[in-house]
Design a protein around this ligand. Structure first.
Ligand code: KG4
Ligand code: ZN
Length: 344
């Protein structure tokens, strides 16, 4: 533990968003984001090589932007946090290289952060943060996990998706409904006009015990339904609505089960899919029925951003952690390998 004032630069480049932020003892001082969505939209998904090159182009200007916005200088930085993984290897390396080089040049420590730990802690950037312990539902494009969180660095995996992540299922279903990329927000918008009574999708793996998920069947169900009907605008909206409700309700059933199993009454929901309004209203309803308190990040911190990485890095640097000399980027990285040595 250190008592020195801290000002941490956070860098996120694991996929298609370049995120930079400054987090210090006074909280979040600045954040800047460049989304590559337009560039990848033409291809219907993320093109890894294009993503890496664009991170290289945008990182330094975004860092400059944050430093200016916060009225600090680079020399005021006391540490640099960056996403080490999981993610696209080339994209990760763009962030790793800039972060490590800058830390070396400024002679300050750096810390590699787990992308999902960033998501998990994002609700703590809000004014009314959740208190430990809590259950976290992480729902992103690559992960759907339920985690028991004792404190920062104390994570127990309770359940996860055995196939597609929830976000991936949104993206694939949006693609088959020809709604474009990124699929989640597009499908959610289309579902607004849908009739919830027309199609009834299954709630996968809810009628057996356990906290694992399976979402690939829902995508297939959407495909079969679309083939059995004329795919006009209304049918498309009806399928989107039924799919969205099935995902939201399945997640809510498993969250309720996780809260009961752990005896906890605080739920944190984070990752790109936590921006989904229907998921939020379904979970809030469950919260009302069970008395559970539910926390989300603000809308712009649901998807990838630099603030969550700066915050996670701040916590870890404060706990005395920092990088060794070798440089690592980890495209695959289980969250369970992350546990900090626990205080006795
Ligand atoms: O957390 P994130 O930005 O990146 C990963 O770590 O994967 O999550 C991106 C995922 C995508 O699958 C995207 O379609 C989904 O989050 N997403 C949404 C919404 N906004 C983003 N899914 C449903 N509804 C939304 N409003
Ligand atoms: Zn993410």
């Amino acid at each position: 533990m250190t008592n020195q004032p801290q000002l941490i630069l956070g860098i996120e480049t694991s996929c298609d968003e370049t995120g930079v932020a400054l987090y210090g003892d006074k909280g979040l001082l600045a954040d800047a984001l460049y989304s590559q969505i337009e560039m990848h939209a033409e291809y219907g998904g993320v093109v890894p090589e294009l993503a890496s090159r664009d991170h290289v182009r945008k990182l330094i200007p975004l860092i400059e932007q944050c430093v200016t916005k916060a009225h600090v200088t680079r020399e005021d930085l006391t540490g640099i946090a960056y996403t080490t993984g999981p993610g696209l290897i080339g994209a990760l390396f763009a962030g790793v290289s800039v972060a490590r080089s800058l830390a070396y040049a400024l002679n300050i420590p750096s810390i590699g952060v787990h992308h999902m730990e960033g998501h998990l802690l994002a609700p703590m950037l809000e004014n009314n943060p959740p208190s430990f312990p809590f259950v976290a539902l992480l729902v992103s494009g690559g992960h759907t996990q339920l985690i028991k969180v004792g404190q920062v660095g104390e994570y127990e995996l309770l359940g996860e998706s055995l196939d597609d992540a929830a976000g991936e299922a949104f993206d694939k279903t949006a693609k088959l409904l020809k709604l474009g990329y990124p699929g989640g927000p597009a499908l959610a918008a289309c579902a607004e006009k849908g009739n919830p009574k027309r199609f009834n999708f299954p709630r996968p793996m809810t009628n057996r015990p356990g906290l694992d998920f399976s979402f690939s069947g829902l995508k297939t169900f959407a495909l079969t339904t679309s083939q059995q009907n004329t795919l006009d605008e209304q049918t498309c909206a009806d399928i989107a609505r039924a799919f969205e409700e099935a995902v939201a309700e399945t997640l809510a059933i498993k969250c309720k089960r996780a809260l009961m199993q752990t005896g906890l009454s605080t739920l944190v929901v984070a990752g790109g899919v936590s921006a989904n309004k229907r998921l939020r209203s379904t979970l809030n309803q469950m919260g009302k029925e069970t008395g559970a308190e539910i926390f989300y990040p603000r809308h712009e911190f649901c998807t990838d951003n630099g603030a969550m990485i700066a915050f996670a890095g701040y916590q870890r640097l404060l706990a005395g952690e920092h990088d060794a000399l070798h440089i690592k980027a980890r495209p695959r990285w289980p969250l369970s390998e992350l546990n900090l040595p626990q205080k006795k």
